[in-house]
Design a binder for this molecule. Structure first.
Ligand SMILES: *Cc1c(COP(=O)(O)O)cnc(C)c1O
Length: 497
């Protein structure tokens, strides 16, 4: 198995090269040339394993240069009990109303990004070794909140790497900022940028394309790398939890082997739901993939319009900020796979998106996508109403992102009458978005900082996640705030780590 660019399938690399490079030189995303299949016997064997075993087995099918023992070692470290609280890494919880919630936020930063970003450092450092890279990999991250902390935690004190995170000074929640500025580790640096997320993102892109900076870093024995979901090494660990959820439905007797499930995912960059698509292509019987969006409903329009993607629309700031995104990068991989690796069609669509802000998928390419995917969106009011209803009627507390998925799933079920067991991906702990969740439950926010945790706890009687409780009394290590014009100069800090 090799990896090819979505924009030019003649660009072939190994799995380790794909992970080390992050993105193809032509701007395309790396995809495997074939998708490994799981038989029912394979699935039965996976049912016997714990999450670490399932993860190593699924990832191993895609990364031929990595041995099963090597991956088992990575999984043991990435999903260790002291990082995820228990060996039940990604529990499937059934609510009193019969909903299946896949809790992906038991990791050290309380968002689903940990599922991939605890694994990525192991995959990346091994890939660099396997490709003969000797320079120190410097991971640069622009974040609107969740990715920054998850990447810091994943890469802290990882040999051969340094990590630098840029966040918009006024664009992250209280808890997210606290999490980042108190990060420990010798090789980490956190920097606030005056401006919004787009300013931070475009400033970071400037570093990646500035020849002088790249050359300077090279002279100092450093190279740049990325930890966002265009990197295959971040996507592949996510496939495992959908396979694991199917195993859990079987072992708990909710369904019989071979019976279908649906999956519903609160979506931003399209990475998480694409991982579910890969699980289906591997042979997990998934009937429908339900793509849930907030008011930034560019994907809902894409699916319901029969394949027109149009990002020329107002950007909404919502209470589910990790889904506030108008360019869903990983959709490119879906178009490539669903079109039977039609690289020229994908390259043309991406060129149009870049030049005009929109594209329309040819009808024959869209047909199988339209068959498989369902979609829907909801606004902040519906998100809040869902949090409250779910808590009052089913005694389950969810965060704002998960609530978007629950709301869209309920609409789907009412519309279609489809009663297939549906796994709803829960992407963050409600305690990460205390202000919004307290408000949704009808409370008035009376505190700030880590006292918000106590207020939500007192209102709901639910448990405060240990990593967030541990922020109490922690001293900030980073207080640097820069203008975006200073971003190139800020890379000098990397040499000091
Ligand atoms: C990143 C994120 C999402 C969106 O996931 P994608 O893979 O970008 O679609 C949803 N919810 C939360 C809490 C997130 O952090």
């Amino acid at each position: 198995m090799q990896y090819i660019s979505t924009r030019d399938k003649n660009q072939r690399v190994s799995a380790a090269q794909a992970i080390a490079m992050g993105i193809a030189p032509d701007g395309g995303l790396f995809c495997p040339t074939e998708i490994p299949k799981l038989t029912q016997d394979d699935i039965r064997a996976l049912c016997e394993k714990d999450y670490r075993g399932r993860s190593a087995a699924v990832i191993g099918r895609f990364l031929k240069e990595f041995s099963e023992e090597e991956l088992a070692g990575f999984a043991a470290k990435a999903y260790a009990d002291d990082r995820f609280g228990s060996s039940n890494t990604a529990p499937l919880v059934k609510t009193e109303g019969g909903k299946y919630i896949l809790e992906l936020w038991h990791g050290p930063t309380c968002a689903f990004k940990d599922m991939a970003l605890q694994m990525l450092p192991h995959l990346l450092t091994a890939s660099l070794r396997k490709t003969g890279e000797t320079r120190t990999a410097c991971i640069l991250v622009a974040t609107s909140g969740d990715t920054g902390k998850a990447a810091l935690d994943g890469f802290a004190d990882v040999e051969g790497t340094k990590i630098m995170v840029y966040y918009p000074v006024d664009g992250v929640s209280t808890m997210q900022k606290l999490q980042m500025v108190t990060q420990e580790g010798r090789n980490v640096q956190v920097c606030a940028i005056r401006g919004n997320f787009d300013d931070a993102q475009s400033a970071v892109k400037k570093i990646f394309t500035d020849p002088e900076t790249l050359e300077k870093l090279d002279r100092q024995g450093m190279m740049l790398s990325s930890a966002n979901s265009i990197n295959w090494g971040r996507l592949v660990p996510q496939i495992a939890y959908y396979v694991s959820a199917y195993c859990d439905l079987i072992t708990s007797g909710e369904i019989q082997m071979g019976e279908p499930m649906n999956v519903c995912v609160p979506t931003g960059n399209f990475g998480n739901i694409l991982a579910a698509y890969f699980a289906r292509e591997m042979g997990i019987p998934i009937k429908k993939l339900i793509c849930a969006s907030n008011e930034n409903n560019v994907l809902t329009d894409f699916f319901t319009s029969g394949g027109t993607y149009d990002r020329k629309r107002p950007f909404h700031t919502t209470i589910s900020p990790s889904m506030d995104i108008l360019i869903s990068s990983n959709l490119e991989r879906l178009l490539f796979l669903a079109s039977g690796y039609n690289d020229s069609a994908v390259a043309e669509m991406m060129k149009q998106l870049n030049e005009t802000g929109s594209y329309t998928v040819p009808a024959d390419i869209f047909a199988p996508i339209g068959e498989l995917f369902e979609s829907g969106c909801c606004d902040d009011a519906a998100t809040c109403a869902t949090i409250r209803r779910l808590f009052e009627q089913e005694h389950y507390l969810c965060d704002t992102h998960t609530a978007v998925a629950v709301s869209v799933y309920e609409d789907y079920r009412a519309r279609t009458g489809d009663t297939t067991p549906t796994v709803i991906a829960s992407t963050a702990s409600p305690y990460k978005f205390c202000q919004s969740v307290i408000g949704a439950l009808g409370g008035t926010v009376t505190t700030d900082g880590t006292e918000l945790l106590d207020q939500l706890h007192e209102m709901t009687g639910t448990e405060i996640p240990k990593p967030l409780a541990a922020l109490r009394g922690k001293q900030p290590r980073f207080d640097l705030v820069i203008d975006k014009e200073e971003i190139l100069a800020s890379t000098d800090l990397l040499a000091k780590l």
